[in-house]
Design a protein around this ligand. Structure first.
Ligand code: AMP
Ligand code: ZN
Length: 460
């Protein structure tokens, strides 16, 4: 079986065929670091993590590049408003972003370049576009891409050519589909930019937002690479413009598959500060939820479906994780000499579902169905030791994709230590101490069960 993914460019499911044997080069658009990222952003980064982890599971070598947008309209406005330097503002939010990724067990990109490190390469690209007749300079020292110079402009977002207002210009980094016009590659310095400007052949200024991803992706991954991802709002104008620039600069095809994740909404509504439903990761953790419960919630809905985020779902996610962890603990404690039945792990079902455009519901369904069978067999001490070992190895393998089971932090280690202390007290016939530890664990919602093969614990 091969991995099939939905390509936004063709609007079809396509088989992933690596350009270099055994290797996948992927580029994912990173955050604009003018503020803390919200859980909507994190949903997109989680989808990309799921994709990357599954590619690794399928034994591809993955080269993953993500950019940090540390200069654009929004970052400049915020830095000016707060009286901070651009580097101070964006450095702060970049560090917070990296910390959030780590908390959520999202694998960091192999390269995480910042836009401001790539200004010379952007300038070089813009020069090529002017030389090839795809861009022009305006009187104020800005440079615009001429959308009429590229007949395939609009291919990704499926723009109506009659609606294009070629010759008219848009200076903003972000704008609506109705406003398709020549867009800014280089913006001449304005008083509102303060001293945030770089030299160029057209005078001092700064790049437009879209140019950075053309420069950074091709620098690390070559002119033509495998995957490009982002949220659906990136399709237009960002990816449409990036595609046009990149193809016009290199003359080569740019990306094989474009993948976009649907948005996250909260309690059925768009997230907004005025509605009071705007969450950062820290907001949710502050309410006592665990990072893995947030991770599970963000990845358990198929990436092309809108995710309705609720705190109830986060609570349910924790229960699902607890169940998988309980299976793991019981498998670890399974007696090595029991007679029992063989039960094979559901690799085929897991892979068939993931191969189908990362059908995570199918994957989780297969894993939980199998976990249920494992529990039943273990309850009756009927699981064969080799199946227990195989099951544990399979759980670890699946968790390379999910990243929620074997991530138990300090809290679980404390529970393990208490369970061991209680077992020691019991063997020393110190019943008072054993009971005191049991009560202490109960206070934390941990229920103990003494089985012939030792004590197992679960989150009650
Ligand atoms: P930005 O910092 O706005 O450039 O966004 C970073 C990433 O988050 C981009 O890939 C966006 O498409 C994505 N994104 C923004 N809002 C949401 C949302 N509500 N749900 C899912 N992804 C989002
Ligand atoms: Zn981008």
């Amino acid at each position: 079986m091969s991995l099939r993914l939905y390509n936004t460019l063709s609007r079809r499911m396509e088989t992933l065929k690596p350009l270099l044997a055994g290797e996948i080069r992927m580029y994912t658009c990173g955050p604009t670091v003018y503020d803390a990222v919200h859980i909507g952003n994190l949903r997109t980064f989680m989808f990309e993590d799921l994709l990357r982890r599954y590619l690794v599971y399928r034994e591809y070598k993955v080269v993953h590049v993500m950019n940090i947008t540390d200069v654009d309209d929004k970052t400049i406005q915020r830095a000016m408003a707060e009286g901070r330097t651009l580097a101070e503002l964006t450095g702060h939010y970049t560090r917070e972003f990296e910390a959030d990724l780590k908390t959520l067990n999202i694998l960091p990109a192999h390269q995480l370049p910042r836009a401001t490190e790539f200004i010379p390469r952007m300038v070089a690209g813009i020069k090529i576009l002017i030389d090839k007749g795809h861009a022009y300079k305006t009187d104020d020292g800005s440079v615009y891409f001429d959308v009429s110079s590229f007949p395939r402009y609009g291919q990704l977002a499926r723009l109506d050519p009659d609606q294009m207002r070629a010759g008219e210009r848009v200076a903003d980094d972000d704008y609506e589909k109705e406003g398709v016009r020549d867009f800014a590659l280089w913006k001449s310095s304005k008083p509102t930019d303060g001293d945030i400007a770089w030299p160029s052949p057209w005078g001092r200024g700064r790049p437009g937002w879209h140019m950075e991803c053309s420069a950074m992706s091709t620098h690390y991954l070559g002119d033509h690479f495998d995957l490009h991802c982002g949220g659906v709002d990136n399709i237009f104008p960002h990816h449409e413009n990036e595609l046009a620039q990149s193809q016009c600069i290199s003359g080569a095809p740019f990306v094989n598959l474009w993948l976009h994740s649907e948005h996250l909404v909260v309690d059925g509504q768009k997230m907004s500060k005025s509605l009071g439903n705007f969450y950062t990761l820290q907001d949710i953790l502050a309410q006592g939820f665990s990072p893995e419960a947030v991770r599970y919630t963000l990845l358990a809905t198929h990436y092309r479906q809108r995710l309705n985020f609720t705190l109830t779902k986060v609570g349910e996610s924790q229960k699902a994780i607890n169940r998988l962890r309980e299976v793991a603990r019981r498998l670890e404690a399974a007696p090595p000499d029991a007679e029992g039945e063989a039960l094979s792990p559901p690799d085929e079902a897991v892979e068939a579902a993931m191969d189908d455009d990362l059908n995570i519901a199918g994957t989780l369904g297969a894993i939980f169905g199998w976990a249920h069978e494992l529990f039943t067999l273990m309850d009756h001490q009927q699981l064969s030791p080799s199946s227990a070992l195989e099951a544990l190895a399979a759980l670890r393998r699946y968790d390379e994709i999910l990243g929620v089971i074997f991530t138990a932090g300090e809290a679980d280690e404390e529970v393990e230590a208490l369970v061991k202390a209680r077992e020691a007290a019991r063997s020393a016939k110190d019943w008072a101490r054993a009971d005191a530890i049991r009560d202490q664990l109960l206070d934390r919602g941990i229920v103990l069960e003494d089985t012939p093969t030792g004590t197992i614990w679960k989150q009650g």
